[in-house]
Structure formats: C-alpha cells, structure tokens
Design a protein around this ligand. Structure first.
Ligand code: APR
Length: 312
C-alpha cells in the first residue's frame, strides 16, 4: 500500500509525544494530530507548535484533541501515552500501569485508524508492543516498537566522543530488548565502514556497551523527574517518516519474530526494513554463538514477563 502526503497521530502529548510531533512538523508532514487525555495539554502544545511554523519554515496542519474521531485516516499512529520511569525504577516496573493505558489506546486506534501502522514508544517497550498487537488484532507487521534506533544512537554518541569523530560517520547496531538485556553488537558497529573492534581495545568497547545498556537510566537519574525524550521522540519520528514516505529505511526496531534468530511469538529488537506496510522485512544477521545467545537470553526474559505479568 502506498500512503499519501500523510497524517500522523501521536497519542500522548507529554515529553516524548510532543518532541516527536515537533520533529514531524519540521519534516513538513501534511497533518499531525496530538491526542492526550488532558485536552488542553494537547491543544496548547499543538497551537504553540503551529505558531513556530513561520519561524522554522514548516506549514503542515498540527492540532490537539482528546477525541479518537480526530485520528481518523491516520497513516501512522505513534503511541507515547503512559508513565515514564523515576530514579531507581526499571522499565519493567511500569508494566502494570502502562498495560491498562495501552489497552484503552489500542481500542481507540482499532476503531478509528484501522489501516494505520502503529509505532510504539511506551515502556516497557517490547512488552507494550506485544500487548498493543494483541489488543488491536492488527497484523504483526503493522505494529512496531521504537528502541533500537535510540539505543544505537546512544552507542554512536559514546563512540564518537571516545574516538573524537563525527557521529555522522558512526553506525552502531544494538539488538535485543529495550532494557538491561539489550545486545550491543561491536562487530556490526563501524566508523566509516571500519568495525570498532579494529579501532578500540576490548575494555573500552565493553565500557561503551555497558553505558549504552544503562543509557536511559543515566538520564533518569539526572532528570530526577521523568525520563529521556529528545532522542526517543526523534527516533519515533524517523520511523513514522520512513513508513509514511515508504522510504524503506533499514533500522533496528522491535518487531514480531516468527522463527528468525530461532525465536518466535515475541517482539524484540532486530534490524528491519520500514516502509508503507510497516515491517516489510526482518534482516537476519549472521551472529556468532555468544551474540545469538545474548539475543535469545534477552527474548527469554521478555517471554517470561509476558506470561507471568501480562498473562500471555
Ligand atoms: N490516553 C492518552 N494519553 C494518555 C493516557 C491515555 N489513556 N494516559 C496517559 N496519557 C498521557 C499523559 O497525560 C501524558 O501527557 O501520556 C503522556 C505521557 O507524557 P509524560 O508523562 O511526559 O511521559 P513521557 O516522558 O512522554 O514518556 C511517555 O514513553 O519513553 C516512554 O518510558 C516512557 O512510557 C513512557 C512514555
């Protein structure tokens, strides 16, 4: 299916949702609708962003609402509604509260934007993406989670800082769940095509991998109230754009596996091609045994959580 000039609905007008909408606005998406249970919050931010159009030279329509009728015809729905972490919390600590929110939001999307592709951001990401697919009953390729782009961007930042090179020339690859079990892949992480395993010693690489896995927590600790939003909101916008414009970008995302990497019936971070149909292809990297074991270990953790906490 080819999608048109484009309408994106962003559910949740908080820090992540508003950042995502602002990045999309600057990409001149035809229409961006911000939906929040606090109507004034969504409307006020939408009006503020609309007024910024003249300053930053964008002119698409941006509106705020609390009514799901207004997301009708959305090609992409980005879901950011839900509680963020506080210091000391893991993403998994949010599961109970956020699962209820996702159930409610999923019903609204199913009724009013049944042909959309859903980009999930709400944490715990891989679990909430699975839950959203079940609630909507959408084909799994039309529900995808944002995590790998953010985790790879964090790793990229640490590498560019360590080596003193532009982050534009660094390409990092992080797979697995969006949490402590994530799987940074140094062998597939390059600077201008050269694997970092040829550029840094093992200890430095290990430190970067560990800082990447704890990257969100590092920011939560500094902020004290809430969690990161500039990079997560921007990453979700990049996914929405790739779907809307059928760009077929190759990006690590949380996707539904049906046997790839020896895993099935699970959402977990893997490289995919994102186009107008959502996840159009899952790329199977040639992993060495310890890398595959880490990915499978991450999946096993989430499988256990899906059954013990969410009852799947
Ligand atoms: N429907 C619509 N919006 C809702 C609902 C709901 N049922 N429940 C909550 N919201 C809205 C809140 O009103 C709030 O404006 O979701 C928004 C969440 O915004 P923030 O509290 O600022 O949280 P944010 O930092 O944006 O994080 C949102 O993304 O990265 C993840 O872990 C993060 O799960 C969290 C989510």
């Amino acid at each position: 299916m080819t999608r048109g000039a484009g309408k994106v609905a962003v559910i949740g007008a908080g820090n992540v949702g508003a950042t995502c909408a602002f990045v999309l606005a600057q990409k001149n998406i035809g229409e961006v609708v911000l939906l929040d249970i606090y109507e004034g919050f969504a409307k006020g931010k939408a009006l503020d962003m609309s007024q910024g159009g003249q300053i930053l030279n964008y002119d698409g329509k941006i509106s705020g609402t609390k009514d799901y009728e207004d997301i009708e015809g959305a090609d992409v729905v980005v879901v950011t509604s839900g509680f963020p972490r506080k210091p000391g919390m893991t993403r998994e600590d949010l599961v109970g509260k956020n699962a209820d929110i996702i159930s409610q939001v999923g019903q609204g999307i199913r009724e009013h934007a049944p042909d959309s592709v859903i980009v999930m951001v709400t944490n715990p990401l891989d679990l909430m993406t699975y839950h959203m697919q079940k609630v909507t009953g959408f084909p799994p390729e039309r529900v995808v989670g944002q995590a790998g782009i953010l985790d790879s961007a964090r790793m990229t930042h640490f590498i560019s800082q360590t080596l003193g090179v532009s982050n534009e020339d660094v390409q990092a690859m992080v797979l697995g769940g969006h949490g402590d079990t994530m799987v940074p892949l140094p062998r597939y992480t390059t600077v201008a095509g050269v694997p970092i395993t040829q550029l840094m010693d093992e200890k430095t690489i290990q430190a970067i991998c560990e800082r990447t896995a704890g990257g969100g927590g590092e920011i939560v600790k500094m902020l004290e109230k809430g969690s990161a939003f500039y990079a997560p909101g921007s990453a979700a916008a990049i996914m929405a754009e790739s779907i809307l414009k059928d760009r077929k970008r190759s990006l690590p995302c949380s996707a539904y596996l049906t046997g790839q990497y020896g895993l099935e019936d699970i959402y977990i971070g893997v490289p995919v091609i994102l186009g107008s149909n959502g996840v159009e292809c899952i790329i199977e990297l040639d992993l060495e045994d310890p890398e595959l074991e880490s990915l499978q270990g991450s999946a096993a953790f989430y499988k256990e959580q899906l059954s013990s906490i969410l009852g799947y």
